[in-house]
Ligand binder design. Structure first.
Ligand code: ZN
Length: 246
């Protein structure tokens, strides 16, 4: 009878095999399991941008990695452009919370979250935005995320969140292909245009119409925080909808 020789490598693999946890299969209990080889990990289809409301990267990092805080993001970018990754892109990070966009109610499951270290009252330094643009280009290439799906936390949680702040350079991002933007002059919105329906068509939560207007202004008209849609704002909204439809 041949003797089984336990080489260190074999021993190690036996040990690892015995210890490796087997992830339980998600699905209907009792369903017949007939596995197909045709699948891959799910991909994110949105990017949600945040500011940390902190004065230092260390402080933000502490919050985003403390079990008792139960918040996280996939990436955290420092003021100096340092990029930290905290959660695998294939996993669901906890950054968006209660959220709604275009009928999606669980943005955490559908998105990659990026926190920019910023206290909410300061401009975003060039180094930080340059690093963000490099990261977004990489994410966009790998996940094939549509241009319209680069959003702010305030967009998907209107009335609850106001990040990133009015100082965030959405126009610059859109010029690089991340997020929609319309530059004046705009053609007037057509007769009978319903701005509330327009906001919903763009993606905003119709359950909170006033908060949706404020979030729209914060993102697309940051120099006019008045939560009203004047003729110019409506023309801008109509222009954005035309871009979305392209
Ligand atoms: Zn946020």
């Amino acid at each position: 009878m041949p003797r089984l020789s336990l080489t260190p490598l074999l021993l190690l693999s036996l040990l690892l095999g015995a210890c490796a946890p087997v992830a339980p299969r998600q699905g209907l209990a009792g369903a017949e399991w007939v596995p197909s080889p045709n699948f891959e990990p799910r991909r994110a289809n949105y990017v949600i941008l945040h500011h940390t409301s902190n004065n230092s990267l260390e402080r933000a990092l502490h919050t985003l990695t403390s079990p008792e805080r139960a918040v996280s993001s996939h990436y955290l970018i420092g003021r100096d452009g340092r990029v930290l990754q905290l959660v695998d892109e294939g996993q669901r990070a906890w950054h968006a919370g209660l959220s709604w966009w275009g009928g999606q109610t669980d943005m955490n499951s559908a998105s990659i979250g990026i926190e920019l270290d910023n206290n909410g009252e300061e401009p975003f330094p060039r180094e930080q935005i340059d690093a963000l643009l490099v990261l977004l280009a990489d994410i966009q290439t790998r996940h094939r995320i549509p241009q319209a799906n680069f959003l702010g936390h305030a967009d998907v949680a209107p009335g609850r969140k106001v990040d990133p702040s009015a100082l965030f350079p959405w126009r610059q991002l859109a010029a690089a292909g991340f997020g929609l933007w319309c530059e004046p002059p705009f053609a007037p919105a057509p007769e009978g245009f319903d701005p509330a329906l327009g906001l919903t068509a763009l993606g905003y939560d119709p359950a909170r119409p006033e908060a949706a207007v404020a979030a729209f202004k914060l993102h697309f008209v940051p120099d006019d925080p008045e939560p009203l849609l004047n003729d110019d704002d409506q023309a801008r909204l109509h222009c954005l909808l035309q871009q979305l439809a392209r």
